[in-house]
Design a protein around this ligand. Structure first.
Ligand code: DQA
Length: 161
């Protein structure tokens, strides 16, 4: 009985709480092993766990998604337009190339935070151009994995306003 009540309460909270989706682009599943001098040693699993935990503290539901495929990222953004109150996205290499990701983000009427672990402006010139910075609510880069937590704090404050 107590378990049923608990599940009901959790479901009710999930319906009432604001929901944030964090979308990670290609090769971010390799964090920890991938160029640690640039991206750090923390794995994506640990970042995602940290985001869910911080979400609980902030009173928002955090779901996470990673794909190496542009179309699947577009599908997730389209899904976000129906099911989420805010989007945090690191499109990784698609940041610099994807009109499809940009067009999908243009569907959204909710806050969008663009985030990068590395400072893309300190790196090769081809990384200086983002296809989405001008349509994002805000952009964070160069703070490593901590940037994800800053982004979640920021989007949660924006949603509370
Ligand atoms: C990145 C920066 C991109 O240029 C790169 O292609 C990535 C990761 C970052 O988080 O610093 O894959 O988005």
């Amino acid at each position: 009985m107590a378990i049923k009540k608990n599940i009901k309460k959790q479901l009710e909270q999930r319906i009432e709480s604001q929901k944030i989706i964090v979308i990670h682009g290609p090769n971010l599943n390799m964090l920890g092993a991938r160029e640690p001098d640039k991206y750090g040693t923390v794995t994506l699993t640990d970042i995602n766990k940290g985001l869910v935990k911080l979400g609980e503290k902030l009173g928002v539901i955090v779901d996470t998604f990673q794909s190496n495929h542009e179309g699947l990222i577009v599908d997730k953004i389209q899904d976000a337009s129906l099911n989420y109150d805010g989007v945090i996205i690191n499109p990784a290499a698609y940041t610099h190339t994807s009109i499809a990701v940009r067009d999908a983000l243009l569907l959204l009427k909710v806050p969008i935070i663009e985030i990068h672990l590395s400072n893309i402006f300190k790196r090769e010139p081809f990384r200086h151009k983002s296809m989405i910075s001008d349509i994002a609510t805000g952009t964070l880069c160069g703070f490593g994995h901590l940037g994800y937590y800053m982004a979640l704090e920021a989007i949660s404050s924006l949603l509370k306003k």
